[in-house]
Design a protein around this ligand. Structure first.
Ligand code: PLP
Length: 227
């Protein structure tokens, strides 16, 4: 559905106010970055959100990311890869040169990305994805292993610059469980700050308020903006 500029402005304004409310509950010093998840929406809506000041956009499929980077190459957008990465798509994602690959979900994947980056003499920024809710359907390293794996990637993957962590909140109606998954992730992020972590990416349309209350400084919001 293509929305008018007025509709998108209204949705964005409401979102920004809700972010603001959660942000000051946590800390007036917290800065929360918004990544607009474009996977459901038309290219026209992306252009409109750009005209409303948005610069960071996320896609969860390499193919879709590729076509949008191409179609929107005239706009100075920052693209985030937020979905699972198959090995056979690594070269493609490197060539697309996203500002951040948020979905590095194993040491093995990191090593493979690093290998291809080295061949191309390129660098890439990424986040380690954590499966903070222990759900089988979700990717990511276990919270227990996260710190070790983060440091292993830093040691063995010189072409990857790790910037922090990403998680998807628990799939639950229970507020406590959702918050617990964010709290778990924030603790890991907090302990990795001395290793240079600056980004804690958590929170989507339905749960970003909880995520920000637990310390998220990057949220990824899609559906709420486009309905
Ligand atoms: C789709 C998606 C989002 C956005 O979800 P909404 O609920 O539409 O806001 C955020 N993060 C990831 C990893 C996604 O795949």
């Amino acid at each position: 559905m293509i929305l008018t500029k007025e509709q998108l402005r209204e949705n964005l304004d409401r979102l920004i106010w809700d972010i603001e409310e959660a942000r000051v509950q946590r800390s007036e010093h917290l800065i929360v970055q918004l990544v607009v998840v474009a996977k459901y929406t038309e290219i026209e809506n992306i252009k409109t959100l750009y005209s409303l000041g948005q610069r960071n956009f996320g896609e969860n499929q390499v193919q879709q990311l590729s076509s949008r980077v191409g179609e929107l190459e005239d706009l100075p957008l920052a693209w985030h890869m937020i979905g699972s990465l198959q090995k056979n798509k690594i070269n493609k994602i490197i060539d697309l040169n996203p500002v951040l690959v948020q979905s590095i979900d194993s040491l093995e994947l990191a090593m493979e990305i690093n290998k291809r980056l080295a061949v191309k003499e390129q660098q890439l920024s990424g986040l380690l994805q954590i499966n903070s809710s222990y759900e089988e359907s979700k990717s990511g390293v276990s919270p227990e292993a996260a710190k070790d794996i983060y440091q292993q990637i830093q040691e063995s993957c010189p072409n990857i610059s790790l910037k922090g962590v990403m998680t998807i909140g628990a799939h639950s109606k229970d507020e406590k469980e959702i918050k617990k998954s964010f709290e778990t992730t924030y603790k890991i992020y907090d302990s990795l700050q001395k290793s240079g972590a600056t980004i804690c990416s958590m929170g989507m349309s339905g749960d970003f308020k909880y995520a920000i209350q637990e310390g998220s400084n990057m949220i990824r919001v899609g559906s709420r903006l486009f309905s």
